[in-house]
Design a protein around this ligand. Structure first.
Ligand SMILES: Cc1cc2nc3c(=O)[nH]c(=O)nc-3n(C[C@H](O)[C@H](O)[C@H](O)COP(=O)(O)OP(=O)(O)OC[C@H]3O[C@@H](n4cnc5c(N)ncnc54)[C@H](O)[C@@H]3O)c2cc1C
Length: 490
């Protein structure tokens, strides 16, 4: 039984069902429903492609590239994402750059629009995956909640009482309970798992929504003069409008809707905010940054229906990712922050590993799950460090970009490993098992936390063994032509 039919629960159900297991997929909501977390990455695309090949999901494969997605599923909404862009805004001043692009960075992930990554309109994508799982034979139960669940260790069996629409009672017996409830901690009452977030270094909040009529930011800045391949429209990217203590994301979908979200340090706003407070906070923030304000001046909010979304603290973690008869997908176990868009890829990496565990040698399932649970724990710590470093660097934009390099070397290294052999990740997810890289990041974290001055040159030296794509190269003009491993070679 998989609890939660977001993209990760639905995709896992589809894979397991198609390859011989019987799944029940339960969700308290009904598709299509609003969901946040939409900017995908080359890492995610590699994993989508791998999962499609490995488990015979022909229909999934087109989702690995913008071009094939649009050709095959024109009505399944996505956005074109050519890479990451970062624009530095100063309070009260319009955005301004110089010839060296000191106030912006563009990192191209793909060579052209066809090979491009995507933003996922999650209401569409999650519903589509749910439908695929059901088409494969999964029992899909929407608007259904767990009333109680009990694990009998003798016999390795869960007995779960559910309540469906119209209070209809249901009973399910399953060998495994898989937690795919994201941040809702939906199976916590039945597993005894405890929150364990105090150690986390990244502590931010988010205020977000979907908007229509967001104007282009208009920063189609000429890229590195010697390399025309870097040229892409800054609006076709995961746009980061970076300010003194946080940033605003802007992700444009093909249907005219844009996802916008402000990320600020935890505690900048009170935990309990009314919708009126949220609206006020939203407008006050935007008014401080004239160019961002201009971009959203004529926009209207179209989602979520209930008003602006608000999360007082984004980073969270549980004390474990598995236990007797249960296992959590990565986002149900923990999450750090939207910076670097690592959530979708992490969730997919969990789907990949749990598929191998459940569809592999039956006698080794428990051992595989224990191994996965330790890995995910280790990965979350690394993600927390490379994201936390960026926030530590603020308000210094140059250092913020410098710290982003830890993410980029991790993602690029992992993508290369997956492109070489998608079944083996010798350095772990996002190079989380690369001890030297972890030490390099930790040394920088310790220095930054103790108030020592860190120079860009120190970061350059720190990442040098992994940096063969020219990150932070002096005179590079903050423009990177192509960083991801080539999808067309897969
Ligand atoms: C503010 C924010 C911004 C983000 N931005 C990005 C980004 O740009 N890029 C990126 O890669 N990642 C991003 N993420 C992370 C991303 O949202 C997650 O990785 C992703 O949502 C994980 O999907 P999922 O299917 O595992 O869980 P979810 O999408 O959370 O789905 C969980 C499902 O479980 C159901 N559910 C919950 N509780 C219960 C219950 N008790 N019983 C039954 N059903 C239940 C819910 O209805 C839902 O359908 C962001 C996260 C946040 C918080």
């Amino acid at each position: 039984m998989i609890v939660g039919s977001g993209f990760s629960g639905s995709l896992l159900a589809w894979i397991l069902q198609k390859n011989g297991l019987n799944c029940v997929l339960v969700d308290q909501a009904k598709h299509p429903r609003f969901a946040i977390g939409e900017s995908s990455t080359p890492t995610a695309d590699f994993l989508v492609r791998h999962l499609a090949d490995r488990w015979g999901l022909r229909e999934l494969e087109p989702l690995a590239k913008y071009g094939t997605w649009r050709q095959t599923y024109p009505s399944l909404v996505c956005g074109k994402k050519r890479g990451f862009t970062y624009y530095h805004h100063r309070q009260g001043h319009p955005f301004q750059d110089d010839a060296l692009h000191s106030n912006s960075m563009m990192v191209a992930a793909s060579r052209d629009d066809f090979q491009s990554d995507t933003h996922w309109l999650r209401s569409d994508v999650d519903q589509w995956l749910f439908q695929q799982a059901v088409k494969a034979g999964t029992v899909g139960l929407e608007q259904t909640k767990i009333r109680s669940s009990y694990f009998e260790s003798v016999g390795h069996r869960w007995q779960t009482d559910l309540v469906g629409p119209d209070n209809q009672p249901l009973e399910v017996r399953s060998q495994w309970l898989i937690d795919a409830t994201g941040g809702s901690q939906g199976i916590r009452p039945w597993t005894g798992v405890q929150p364990d977030s105090d150690w986390m270094r990244t502590r931010t909040s988010a205020l977000f929504g979907h908007f229509r009529d967001v104007a282009p930011f208009g920063c189609t800045t000429p890229s590195h003069q010697t390399d025309l391949q870097t040229l892409f429209d800054g609006d076709d990217s995961a746009q980061h409008h970076v300010v003194q203590d946080g940033w605003l994301w802007a992700l444009r979908f093909g249907n005219g809707v844009t996802s916008l979200g402000i990320v600020q340090p935890e505690g900048v706003c009170q935990h309990e905010l009314s919708q009126v407070d949220l609206e006020r906070t939203w407008h006050e923030w935007l008014e401080r940054y004239p160019s961002v304000h201009q971009m959203i001046a004529k926009s209207t909010r179209v989602g979520p229906e209930s008003g602006l979304g608000w999360m007082a603290r984004l980073s969270r973690c549980n004390d474990r990712a598995s236990g007797p008869g249960w296992v959590s997908l990565p986002t149900a176990y923990g999450f750090v922050d939207p910076l670097h868009s690592s959530g979708i890829a992490h969730a997919l990496s969990g789907v990949a590993r749990l598929s191998e565990a459940f569809l592999g040698d039956e006698g080794a399932v428990e051992q595989q799950i224990r191994k996965y649970a330790l890995e995910v724990k280790n990965e979350l710590r690394w993600i927390d460090t490379f994201v936390g470093l960026c926030y530590r660097a603020l308000p210094d934009f140059e250092m913020f970009l410098g710290m982003c390099a830890y993410y980029f070397v991790s993602a690029i290294g992992f993508e290369r490993d997956v492109a070489k052999d998608p079944m083996h990740w010798p350095r772990g997810y996002m190079l989380s098992d690369d001890r030297a890289l972890r030490e390099a990041g930790e040394t920088t974290w310790q220095a930054a936390s103790s108030g020592k001055t860190i120079t860009l040159d120190q970061i350059r030296r720190s990442i040098a063994p992994w940096n063969d794509v020219g990150l932070l190269s002096a005179g590079g003009g903050n423009r990177l032509a192509h960083t991801a491993a080539r999808k067309e070679l897969l």
